[in-house]
Design a protein around this ligand. Structure first.
Ligand code: ZN
Length: 257
């Protein structure tokens, strides 16, 4: 946790970019780097990056302990993320770290684990336009966004989206093909704040879109930790004198071993 600068880590799977020339052309240094480059222009943030094929996926205990907000983009290799690292990230979220899950991260192990539901949806790669309606104009995540914004070409995601009812619904998307989707939503899990944000299919220049960048930057500020409390489950002495109970006293001396 930081009092001034928000330590922000952008995590990317970083495999499409190495295999699909179309993705390489859009994101020569990786999608995570495009997201990071936009965030580096934002005052108050300190930005670093990590990706799947680094040791421990770049998500060591030390790195996570120093991270206030983690941004997650994954798609083709969710199963390659080790369960040990997923558990480590989950613990940090429950302690207070913010988590922003992007697009196909709806099926990431960490998101499914924190949601506890299928996180399934409908999808289509075609010629859809996406219009994102701001349904929470009071919310810090939509600051500067206006009533709606449009992405000229995107993959379609459609309802039903297998998520628990969000604490706050931030955006609803409409697609040319007629579908709608809860494309921005927040949840509290333990002490951590979670934001899911839909746009970002790898074959479109979505992370170069200024309003997409604005939403992600706003979300980093919103998701920064308010507390960081390691999980413990302590035996707790009474605050006031208790009535004498000889049986209880006997159990107490035997201990809870
Ligand atoms: Zn996609």
């Amino acid at each position: 946790m930081s009092n001034s600068t928000i330590q922000t880590l952008v995590w990317g799977e970083y495999r499409h970019e190495k295999k699909n020339p179309k993705v390489t052309a859009l994101y020569p240094d990786g999608m995570h780097e495009a997201i990071a480059a936009a965030l580096r222009k934002e005052p108050g943030l300190s930005i670093s990056t990590a990706w799947l094929d680094q040791p421990e996926h770049g998500l060591t205990e030390k790195v996570l302990a120093a991270t206030d907000v983690l941004i997650w983009w994954g798609h083709m290799s969710h199963d390659d993320v080790s369960d040990e690292v997923v558990a480590r990230v989950k613990t940090r979220v429950l302690e207070g770290m913010g988590l922003i899950v992007l697009h196909s991260g709806h099926y990431a192990k960490i998101f499914k684990s924190l949601m506890g539901t299928t996180c399934s949806l409908k999808w289509r790669e075609s010629s859809d336009k996406e219009r994102l309606w701001n349904v929470a104009p009071h919310h810090p995540i939509t600051a500067g966004i206006g009533d709606y914004f449009e992405i000229p070409a995107e993959e379609m995601y459609g309802e039903p989206f297998g998520i628990p009812t969000p604490d706050e619904l931030i955006f609803i998307s409409w697609f040319t093909g007629g579908e709608v989707f809860r494309s921005g939503a927040t949840w509290q899990r333990g002490n951590g704040r979670i934001f899911y944000f839909r746009p970002g299919h790898e074959t479109y220049p979505t992370y170069h879109h200024p309003q997409v960048q604005r939403v992600i930057a706003n979300a980093v500020h919103w998701a920064q930790p308010t507390v960081c409390i390691p999980d413990v489950c302590p035996n707790s002495p009474a605050l006031e004198p208790l009535p004498v109970d000889s049986e209880a006293a006997q159990r107490s001396t035997e201990g809870h071993r």
